[in-house]
Write a protein that binds this ligand. Structure first.
Ligand SMILES: Cc1ncc(COP(=O)(O)O)c(C=O)c1O
Length: 391
């Protein structure tokens, strides 16, 4: 092909983000299943259950009328309902004018990063961490700054670590998640408050990814809204409310940022899918059903925490929340990608290699998602035990 013609179809440099390696595991699992093998799926971070019945009923009823655009910031009654959630769960007043409905938290990141940062800005994120943070920041021309976390700080960014990175070269922002993906660890309210104070004292904008709120087992998750009106909060109906495919989430922004985010959303997508908004508002009435599902995760968590050490995987991070267990497999391998592939091929258990989440130490870890059935959790422990015993 002529050089000029090649240039016409060449992708931009900023679109060159890495793939999600869990996809390799999923593809290999699908091939095994096509060959008749029963695979225990613990690789994908999503609930197996459907949205609450209240949400499904509201969506069905809404179909009787035209599904039209909504206001760019979201249906007013949904924004009010989300604001009320902060009073109910955390005893903190959030003005509904600060709530912006988004197409999942994923769209929330794009809107937030564009509103908060200029190209070239440095933004601290925890390592290990959710890969799209760094990939979205990179695609938007910002620089993700990976702050390594360790057992000494319960796998969270501390004020000290943040300010050290800031002294090296100034940071414009920091993003944390509690409960976190892939670690499943949480920050105590004190740790979160201290980090917000350190960040904002140094002029670093604070973003709190609270997508796994509601799925806390070790202690109640605190919201950044309790500690600062300047923090930007991102949340979603995907996990607690089992609504991944509905693509619906929200932002709580400082008042001065609402209008800029609204303008971006108007231009990017006009509004968030209306059916998903209607369902999301009704989802808040389905909490009893979701609590039952959460109890199932708690059972799975107990099965893994008690069973995996006996099966041979005895080192993992505190299993505080979300539905992840992050296991250290360095006793067996220096290549978690290969370990995950072999565990799938030989034990028929699919899990995600840590290299997806941590370019530094991820080769020593694998992530199990325990959002499936109790039978899955039990079978995983048995299969891994037999597999590791075989050597
Ligand atoms: C930590 C974290 N944040 C955000 C997301 C994105 O979720 P969604 O766009 O479905 O709200 C995920 C998805 O797995 C996640 O693990």
């Amino acid at each position: 092909m002529l050089e000029a013609a090649k240039r016409l179809i060449a992708p931009s440099r900023r679109s060159d983000v890495p793939p999600f390696m869990v996809m390799d595991v999923m593809a290999a699992a699908a091939r095994l299943e096509a060959a008749g093998v029963h695979v225990v799926h613990m690789e994908v971070g999503q609930p197996a259950a459907p949205a609450p019945a209240t949400a499904l009923a509201a969506a069905r009823a809404a179909l009787a009328k035209p599904i039209a655009y909504t206001e760019a910031l979201g249906i007013p009654s949904l924004r009010s309902r989300i604001a009320r959630h902060y009073a109910e769960r955390h005893g903190v007043e959030v003005d509904r004018e600060r709530v912006i409905v988004t197409t999942g938290s994923s769209a929330g990141f794009m809107l937030a990063f564009l509103t908060l940062f200029e190209p070239g800005d440095r933004v601290a994120i925890a390592c290990p961490g959710y890969p799209p943070y760094r990939h979205i920041l990179t695609a938007l021309g910002c620089e993700p700054v990976l702050v390594e976390t360790t057992a000494a700080t319960r796998w969270a960014i501390t004020g000290e670590a943040l300010l050290n990175a800031h002294r090296e070269r100034p940071l414009a922002g920091v993003l944390v998640a509690s409960p976190a993906n892939p670690t499943g660890t949480m920050m105590t309210a004190d740790a979160l408050a201290a980090l917000i104070v350190a960040a904002e004292g140094a002029g670093i904008r604070f973003i709190s990814d609270e997508i796994y709120h509601g799925l806390d087992y070790a202690f109640p998750a605190a919201t950044a809204a309790q500690f600062s009106p300047s923090a930007l909060i991102i949340n979603s109906f995907s996990k607690y409310f089992c609504m991944t495919g509905w693509r619906i989430g929200w932002i709580v922004a400082p008042p001065a940022l609402v209008r800029p985010i609204e303008r971006l959303q108007q231009n990017f997508s006009i509004s968030v899918p209306t059916l998903a908004q209607v369902a999301a508002e009704a989802a808040f009435d389905g909490r009893a059903e979701m609590e039952e599902i959460k109890h199932g995760y708690e059972d799975n968590r107990r099965l893994l925490v008690e069973g995996l050490p006996a099966a041979g995987l005895d080192t993992f991070l505190p299993v505080d929340g979300a539905f992840y267990l992050y296991a250290d497999v360095s006793r067996f391998t220096n290549d978690s990608h290969d370990f995950a592939q072999r565990m799938l091929r030989e034990a028929h258990v699919a899990a995600t290699p840590g290299v997806d989440f941590d370019p530094v130490n991820g080769h020593k870890f694998i992530r199990f998602c325990y959002a499936g059935s109790r039978d899955d959790a039990r079978a995983a422990v048995e299969r891994i035990g037999r597999w590791l015993a075989r050597g």
